[in-house]
Design a protein around this ligand. Structure first.
Ligand code: AMP
Length: 183
């Protein structure tokens, strides 16, 4: 699992790490963006929250998490990118995994300075045009991260699986640290 603030590099580092570990990378953010694009009921429910930089409610995400972890692709393990985002979601992940005699092996926390996060997200806004990469939503997402997602670090520290990875610098050098921390 990769944990980190918006803009910390979860998607970029997760993609490289998943290739290295030969497991699928699953991102609830990507799945939700695809659902929004297709205009599915899930997408319609999620869109207003996403545009405001708020988390989609746990009730909506819990079904998605179960679906992901129950899928045949997940049988050999997955790299979770951007979920769980709240303690109830983490508890749900633990329950689903325990049913399958599996568990979260490792949580990599990508640590990046706040100023750098905002610069990266504004840069991504210019490049990718994600509708939630505007200054107002970015500030909201950082607050949401600190309030609702950062507590997961101590949640997983209690399980002894957390490794902190400095997320500043070049993509390649950060990936070297990620791989070292993942093993
Ligand atoms: P991400 O691509 O991971 O930064 O997610 C983009 C947006 O999708 C977030 O700001 C949330 O609105 C929503 N989102 C993604 N994953 C989750 C999740 N596990 N729980 C709640 N909301 C989520």
């Amino acid at each position: 699992m990769i944990l980190g603030a918006p803009g910390s590099g979860k998607g970029t580092q997760g993609k490289l790490l998943a290739e290295h570990l030969r497991v699928p990378q699953v991102s609830t953010g990507e799945l939700l963006r695809a659902a929004v694009k297709r205009g599915t009921p899930l997408g319609k429910q999620a869109k207003t929250y996403m545009d405001q930089g708020l988390l989609v409610p746990d009730e909506v995400i819990l079904g998605l998490i179960r679906e992901i972890l129950d899928s045949r692709d997940a049988a050999g393990g997955v790299l979770m990118d951007g979920f769980p985002r709240t303690v109830p979601q983490a508890a749900a992940v633990d329950r689903v995994l325990a049913d399958r005699k599996a568990r979260v092996d490792r949580v990599l926390v990508l640590e990046v300075d706040e100023g750098e996060l905002v610069n990266r997200l504004l840069g991504r806004a210019a490049k990718e045009g994600r509708s939630d990469d505007n200054l107002e939503s970015i500030k909201q997402r950082l607050q949401v991260y600190h309030a609702q997602t950062a507590p997961l670090i101590s949640y997983y520290e209690r399980q002894g699986v957390v490794r902190r990875v400095p997320g500043m610098g070049q993509v390649e050098e950060i990936q070297v640290r990620m791989r070292a921390a993942a093993t």
